[in-house]
Design a protein around this ligand. Sequence first.
Ligand code: GLU
Length: 317
Amino acid sequence: MPPNHSPALIQLQETLNGIATDAHSLYGQGKVASYIPALAQVAPRQFGMAVALVDGTCVSTGSAGTQFSIQSISKLFTFVLALKLVGDEVWQRVGREPSGAAFNSMVQLETEKGIPRNPFINAGALVITDILTSRYAHLDTALLGALRRLSDSPDLNWDMQTAKSERDTAHRNMAMAYFMKSYGNFVNPPEQVLDNYCRQCAIEMSCSQLAQATMFLANGGLDIGPQAQSGEQFLSADATRRVNALLLTCGAYDAAGDFAYRIGLPVKTGVGGGIVAIVPGVGTVAVWGPELDAKGNSVLGAFALEQLVQRTGWSHD
Ligand code: GLU
């Protein structure tokens, strides 16, 4: 915390510290993701939390500086890039309804003719990565460039081992890509899109970096990070409002309703154990705890966000 911190900031720091202490009592209630072999190696009992406020201040607790695999949180960034590039055209290829099914489910794809329910489940994210693969010769560098700038972290990277580990075992995602191709909803070779998808999921960021990188969503689309100098409209205010609506309704897989009830904020979760939450007009929150519940969401992360909104009164409106 900076030396000239205000009483409100000191209180927020104390709140975070208290939440961290309480969260530790939940260790052992979840399991680290193991279907991607590299993720199974992560030590389960870890917790970090960072809050970035729109005035530029940031408070954090625990392992908020430790980088982890962002996994599905990358879907939020690729979706924003696709919206910036093709706008409403994305809706010809992906829906905007909660799926009510597991993040990697393919059951709806057949009845809905290869159009995934939303951009934040695997099938939808694969379509988004397909759109971006058509636009960028090197999607991995383009995405990293955007994230490095938004988070003001020039060293940000993806982990080669995690990407390879997922790519070697991505049979279900590959099957979904081919299935969508059979309906004409996939343009590029599935192998090429899967390469890009596994790299985006393997990007490593800390809670502090994630909170910073999502700040534009709390700020009407304006990037106020140090590299944006006087502030740059990264996403239009209208598109920002819509992204937040989708995060509120579709950001937590088939637990989106439960998250909206318990936390009431636009969120995006990932099987690396990270969750980002947007508090429009106030700031962003990133939490991390690798132990996941049965739906693939961080046990400690969801608990911490629930505690934070209860103690601060923060909400999506
Ligand atoms: N890379 C993961 C997968 O495709 C992301 C899943 C997630 O974080 O929900 O299975």
